[in-house]
Design a binder for this molecule. Sequence first.
Ligand code: HH2
Length: 270
Amino acid sequence: MGPGPVLMGILNVTPDSFSDGGDIDSPAAAAEQAATLLDEGAAILDVGGESTRPGAEPVSADEELQRVIPVIEEILSARPQSIISVDTYRAGVAEAALDAGASMVNDVTALRGDERMAPLLAERGAPVVLMHMQGEPRNMQQNPHYEDVVREVREFLLQRAEHAISASVNPSAIVLDPGIGFGKTVEHNLELLEHTGELVREGFPVLIGLSRKRFLGEIGAGSPESAKERISGTVAANALACERGASIFRVHDVAANREALAVAAALRRG
Ligand code: HH2
């Protein structure tokens, strides 16, 4: 019997995230939200300072630093044991976050965004999430195309894991993520979720980030317009991904997901 599902609570310090942009406008508000997520059962807090929603434009590294670092410091001063992940593809931001006490890096570019990221992770021994994305947030939802989405995403992630390992990142520090909604149609997302097991079989822990995403509304799970009405759909899809072997779940709503994931994990164990 392996360890149970790991919940990663989302803390977006951005004015423009798709579902919760602008909710957190100060380090104190972030620490309060962090405390809620931890009390609800989050094992990891994922702090991000740049939205990756479709159409989002990048912010400057300075802006990202100013959003993220004070929040990490504030959370750790209130809750020193917190495990914090920093959602960034910039090595400079990752380094400052690790210096401030963050424990891991969530890189939506899978180390393609900044060539200094892999050596930094190797030097610090920090775990990293490698995520698949076709295109960039600016243009990724303009006609995404694959011959075989499940195979292409798996091959991409294995290549990026190889790249990390060749830069001396410890294989046991690598987490793979198919990047639900990143350059994918509704059908691509569903196919990836259905075949989660094929990625799990490669031996790395698999993270799923589908919380409140638009495709749920498009298949009748809540509203296509309102992200905060897609919580039940999120819970159902996460439970099924868990049953197929995914182990880390990046979510806005920790309490709502936790109990369903406990059931799914128990059924998987048999
Ligand atoms: N999704 C989002 C952001 N970061 N990281 C990983 N590893 N996997 C994901 O699926 C993922 C991610 C997008 O969601 P959110 O943070 O809620 O929105 P935004 O990018 O608009 O801030």
